[in-house]
Design a protein around this ligand. Structure first.
Ligand code: ADP
Length: 161
């Protein structure tokens, strides 16, 4: 059994993220879903909301814990004793950006590697941005975010318009 970290902003968590979480947790045995504190963009969902939504959505998946982190990902992984960081790759541009990050993270923490999981084709067009845009315009988010959090996400986004 190993420990991996899945970092992201999860603003909010989507079924695309859930697919990566399930696959990564079953491969590693233990997975920390880590919500970035120091993102340049200002999130729609507060840190507390993003953590709670992730906890609700992942409560049935063995080996998964959810927490927030700030600072350097490679240092955080070292602190937690994680052997790898996992990232989902949806398209070629994701891969280009992600390899750059992966190389820099290995420079900082040579004991850690990056695992790329290809997005399920059905989820490849999905992002938190798409969910926010559709939700704020009153669209139905069924099938885009996990059922366990559908009402909460839908309500908050509709109220923002
Ligand atoms: P970022 O803020 O860096 O875009 P996100 O919080 O959106 O990160 O996502 C975190 C991780 O999840 C990234 O590795 C991203 O590529 C991956 N991801 C996002 N959406 C999907 C999806 N639909 N299918 C697979 N992976 C995804």
């Amino acid at each position: 059994m190993s420990l991996w970290i899945y970092p992201g902003s999860f603003d909010p968590v989507t079924v695309g993220h859930m697919n990566i979480i399930e696959r990564a947790a079953s491969l590693s045995g233990r997975l920390i879903v880590a919500v970035l504190r120091n993102t340049g963009r200002s999130p729609i969902f507060t840190m507390e909301e993003r953590l709670e939504l992730l906890r609700l959505a992942t409560s049935g998946i063995p080996g998964v814990t959810v927490e927030s982190f700030g600072g350097l990902l490679a240092e955080y992984a070292r602190l937690r004793g994680a052997s790898a960081v996992v990232r989902g790759v949806r398209r070629a541009s994701d891969y280009e950006y992600e390899t750059q990050m992966a190389l820099m993270n290995r420079r900082i923490n040579p004991g850690m590697d990056t695992i790329f999981l290809p997005a399920e084709p059905a989820y490849a067009p999905l992002s938190s941005t798409v969910v926010r845009d559709v939700g704020m315009l009153g669209g139905d988010l069924t099938g885009l975010v996990p059922d366990a959090i559908l009402d909460r996400v839908q309500k908050k986004l509709r109220a923002m318009n």
